[in-house]
Ligand binder design. Structure first.
Ligand code: RNT
Ligand code: ZN
Length: 418
């Protein structure tokens, strides 16, 4: 059967279920995903020599890691060429690009250090750039405390860094015409059971108050706060906990960011979305996959992803800021990007193809039998044929054929990096 016939047949099946596949594809196109630049170079960045620190880790030594801005940009371009739709890119401050003798420390970063990224985004038709201050892989983060540090020189350095980053995010938004999400995640924590849980949190609160006392354009920059349960070497206490940020965001009109790897493994991240959205205009995500711990594996089309995608679809693109966050160095890094991005899109599409209104009505009526039956039967509807149609409309291949293009690039480019 030709692909278009398969789509026509799928469209009929979904129509009988009360779902409009063309409308679903239109909506899918309105969900830009912020692709994280750091999958391409194992979260190393360009602003200094040294390895990754801050309680996060990449594992694996697959060849071909991008070592320069040019290499990273070329790899991102390759990945984007295999991903349908219009997307954003997510940068860290550590990806600043300095000219000769132009290197500055993180508290002195300026928009001009990101000019090349803006040119890159424009050239590739990206919808926008999101941004993250980098509070790790730096000598002043070596004690495991940054914005919560009791050492005033350290603390104020990171305050200045954050303010500098807000300016850069404003610059991204102005240049690209869409707001830039600026996400704050600090690694601060303790390895063993604290004697004093309060003081570091109080210092951190003071730092945030100080940062946000500097005015910025809220129509350009959306500040999101990313909580965490633990980090490697900081297993017992994390200053920026979920409760800390929920309250801070609520009181200061900022947004919470949920990283799906940052909760107890039996906790359902999808369940948090509807609660937070009753009290906040938007919610942000780092979609990741924890395997036994916050391991940042490439996202798969698993139940967790399906559940999160469904809540995101119900909330709609206007109320969600969607980014990916994983870093796998044991497989081809471009394949990791492409697969994760496409998996996120497929999960969104599958959620858009559910008879969501009907299911909600049945729940309200108390017909839990039909809810259960429909939820399960829907899993075997031909979502893949609708996905194939989406790819066809975008001029891309729907299935694993994309890997051949990655392999070719690997042979020609990645394996030559020694
Ligand atoms: C760490 C956080 C954070 C980082 C990136 C690199 O646990 O998830 O978002 O992964 O900023
Ligand atoms: Zn994250």
């Amino acid at each position: 059967m030709a692909a278009t016939d398969r789509y026509a047949s799928a469209r009929n099946l979904f129509r009988n279920l009360g779902v409009d596949t063309d409308a679903a594809l239109e909506t899918l196109d309105k969900f830009p995903i912020s692709m994280h630049c750091w999958q391409g170079d194992d979260v190393i960045g360009f602003d200094r020599e040294g390895s990754l620190s801050g309680g996060i880790q990449t594992t694996g030594n697959y060849p071909g890691r991008a070592r320069t801005p040019q290499e990273l940009m070329s790899d991102i371009e390759k990945a984007l060429s295999l991903i349908p739709g219009h997307h954003r890119i997510n940068l860290h401050a550590s990806y600043a690009i300095f000219g000769k003798d132009e290197a500055v420390d993180r508290d002195a970063l300026e928009p001009r250090h990101f000019r090349k990224w803006v040119a890159f985004a424009k050239k590739n038709g990206l919808v926008g750039i999101d941004f993250n201050p980098t509070y790790f892989s730096h000598p002043l983060a070596a004690t495991g405390r940054t914005l919560s540090s009791g050492d005033e020189a350290v603390r104020s350095f990171w305050v200045r860094h954050t303010v500098a980053c807000i300016r850069i995010a404003e610059y991204f938004a102005r240049e690209l015409g869409t707001p830039s999400a600026l996400n704050i995640w600090i690694p601060d924590g303790l390895k063993d059971i604290p004697a004093d849980r309060t003081t570091p949190r109080a210092i951190y609160k003071k730092s945030l108050d100080e940062i946000f006392a500097t005015p910025y354009d809220r129509s350009l920059v959306e500040i999101t706060l990313e909580s965490k349960l633990f980090g490697i070497g900081m297993e017992s206490y994390t200053v920026g906990s979920h409760e800390f940020y929920m309250q801070y965001a609520a009181k200061n009109n900022l947004l919470c960011l949920l990283d799906s790897g940052h909760f107890h493994l039996s906790e359902n991240v999808a369940d948090k979305i509807s609660s937070l959205l009753l009290f906040a205009p938007k919610i942000a995500f780092h979609v990741s996959r924890p395997v036994r711990w916050d391991s940042d594996h490439v996202i798969r089309q698993d139940d967790m992803l399906a559940d999160i995608a469904r809540e995101i679809v119900l909330a709609g693109p206007e109320r969600t800021i969607l980014a990916l966050d994983y870093f796998d160095a044991s497989i081809n890094r471009i394949a990791a990007w492409v697969l994760g991005m496409r998996n996120m899109q497929k999960a969104l599409l599958a959620a858009l193809l559910l008879p969501n209104e009907k299911l909600a009505r049945l729940q309200a009526e108390g017909d839990f039998t039909q809810v259960l039956v429909l939820q399960e039967e829907a899993k075997n509807y031909p979502v893949g044929d609708v996905w194939a149609e989406y790819c066809r409309r975008k001029g891309l291949q729907p299935r694993e054929e994309w890997l051949a293009a990655v392999r070719e690039y690997e042979k020609k480019v990645l394996l030559k990096r020694k």
